[in-house]
Structure formats: C-alpha cells, structure tokens
Design a protein around this ligand. Sequence first.
Ligand code: CA
Length: 229
Amino acid sequence: MARVLVVEDDQFVRSALIRHLTDASHTVRSVGTALEALREVAQVGFDVVILDLGLPDLDGAEALKMLRGITDVPVIIATARDDEAEIVRLLNDGADDYLTKPFSVEHLSARMAAVLRRSRAAGTAAAPSRELRVGGLSVDPLRRRAELDGVQLDLTRREFDLLAFLAGRPGEVVARRELLAEVWQQSYGDDQTIDVHLSWLRRKLGETAASPRYLHTLRGVGVKLEPPR
Ligand code: CA
C-alpha cells in the first residue's frame, strides 16, 4: 500500500489510474497540472508520483526538475512520446522509471512495486561508511559524494548508487543481472536502463565506451570498474 500522486490532465486516463490504484488499496490523490503537483508534494508526503509528460501548464521535463528541487520522492514518468533521447534525459534528470503509453495496469503495478521496493530498501539499508578508493576516484557512501582526481562529480542518485556499487568491487566483472538486482532492486528489466545510466556515468567520468579509463563494459558479460592502467 502506498500514497500515490497521479499527475495527469487527461480525465479518462486519470480516472482509470485512480480506479486501478484504489482497487490495489493504494491511497491516491490526483491533479491535472504541474503547478498543482508541486503544491501537493510540498504539502503531502507521497511514496511515489506518476507524472504525465504532456501537461497543459509546464513541460514535463520542467515539472520533473521543479519536483526534484523540493522532494526525493520516486517519480515514474508516463509518456506517450516514444522518444529515446527524451527518456534518457528524464532518467538523468531524476526520474526513477518510465512507462510508454498506452500501458497495462499490470505493467504499471510492476514498475510501481519495483520503485517502492527500491526506495524502501534505500531508506532502511545501513549505508556503508567506508570511503571507497579506486585510482583517482573516491566514493563516500555515507555523504553520498564522489570525486575524481579531487574534483567533485555531479551525479544523480542512480548514477551514484551504480558508481558506489562498482567501486565496492574494483576489478571485478559485475553481471548486468546483478546490477539490476543490487542497484535497481529489480529482478527483471531491460538492458537499456543500465546502458543509459552507464553512458551518463561514463560521460561524467570524462571517458567514452570506445576508450574507457575506469568503466569497462564487457559485451554480453557485465561491467567492471578499475583504476586506469
Ligand atoms: Ca497529458
């Protein structure tokens, strides 16, 4: 059971979502504009926000940024746009997952359950306090800070989790399935999710897949973080 905020201007989609979520014994509030959504999250605690990208007042990406400015609540983007670049950008801007419309209620339930599991695990798991060092990279799980050669990296929540997990096992090839399970707390999922975050992390480390320094992808096997040779 979760407290869900549905941000959706389409009355038909909104009613269907509310009905389904209520049937699944979630507590649901719903609004039709981004500004109302911002007001809601500022006043009420939610466990998850389902955010439609095509809202009448603010662009969805803009709305997400403003949401992130005030809360860390998990956000699932619901988009009719099958636009990979946009989805990548939103995941990087702090969306936790996305659904492409039209989606089934089963699909929504699965995504919601995964997002809730992750955020609850993150809230309860004891953070390792040890600072991790790999070459010029240092990762401080307790303060959630990472530096490369003394310069602080500006990472999203998920990029940090990914980097911290890999830094805890330097030189070891970590299977994609394990990353999904440990970083995303997900037993299913598409490789694209991992690829998207890896490519953004790689960019922030100032390297490319073609000439990696720290982050090595072994096609079909997994990912390895190690100091540059
Ligand atoms: Ca809409």
